[in-house]
Design a protein around this ligand. Structure first.
Ligand code: PAF
Length: 282
């Protein structure tokens, strides 16, 4: 695997591959790679001839009191995992390479409405920072396809809208959430959990499933279902920011006759902000 730090170098290599008729898939990450990321790489390898990954902890998507400084940075083990899993090119830019005018003067990409609800309400500016860096990464790498995890359901929806609205010539694909054996969705932030909290953490997914089962059974009393799950989580030491049933299509409040729902949550447990979701077709 080759590692490059500049936009010029990543573009040169990807252009050479594309000119040789090869299909290029891109997996953007913030590093600290786990089995969930390996699922993204697997999908990339299945769908394309060449796989590029990036590691960039994007300061723009962290709020002033969030975990940008503490976010786990493990470049050596990440490089090994990437090269062992079929990645041939790693783009590892510096903050200066991505934001040459400085953070204050960076052009921002804002995808309205959808960015303002759920996690957007909880983390003001987060999705603007995320969409900005994803657009810059896609413009830098210029892949045929790019793959993102479905655990970040709202992020994936925002990226799809941005790509459509800005006519970006790339296909966006989602990959299934990887879970630990007890159901906890894999995330770099799980390591902020104490041993005791780690035992409690699977309750988040258990509540998503409980809500999903009620929807499947025809229960449409959305707020009662949400309230019950929030109460159960709170009783068990979580601090839910939101736990909601939404339409999977657009993340708006659901109509009773919707055919696809998503139960979606962000909940704090100790120092970890856990997010997860479950899509249900009825
Ligand atoms: O999901 C992530 O890891 C990040 O939000 C992404 C898409 C790499 C942008 O920084």
């Amino acid at each position: 695997m080759k590692t490059v730090n500049t936009i010029k170098a990543v573009r040169e290599q990807v252009n050479a591959w594309k000119q040789a008729g090869l299909k290029v898939a891109f997996v953007p990450t913030m590093g600290n790679l786990h089995a969930g990321h390996m699922t993204l790489l697997k999908k990339a390898n299945e769908l394309a001839d060449k796989v590029v990954a990036s590691i960039f902890v994007n300061p723009l998507q962290f709020g002033p009191f969030e975990d940008y400084d503490q976010y786990p940075r493990t470049p050596d083990s990440d490089s090994k995992k990437l090269s062992d899993n079929g990645c041939e090119l790693l783009f590892l830019p510096s903050v200066e390479e991505m934001y040459p005018l400085g953070r204050e003067q960076a052009t921002l990409i804002n995808v309205p409405v959808i960015s303002e609800i759920l996690c957007g309400q909880d983390r003001p500016g987060h999705f603007t920072g995320m969409a900005t860096v994803v657009s810059k990464l896609l413009n830098s790498v210029q892949p045929d396809i790019a793959i993102f995890g479905q655990k970040d359901f709202q992020q994936l929806m925002i990226i799809r809208r941005m790509v459509l609205d800005l006519c970006m010539p790339v296909e966006i694909l989602g990959a299934k959430t990887n879970r630990e054996d007890d159901g906890l969705a894999m995330s770099s932030r799980n390591q902020y959990l104490s041993q005791e909290e780690r035992q409690t953490a699977p309750l988040l997914y258990a509540n998503l499933r409980a809500a999903a089962n009620k929807l499947k059974d025809g229960d449409r009393n959305f707020s009662a279902i949400e309230d019950e799950c929030i109460a159960d989580l709170s009783e068990n030491g979580f601090r839910p920011s939101y736990f909601e049933i939404r339409q999977a299509e657009d993340l708006q409040k659901p109509q009773s006759d919707a055919k696809e729902f998503v139960v979606i949550t962000a909940s704090w447990l100790g120092k970890a902000r856990l997010i997860d979701n479950l899509v249900i077709e009825v």
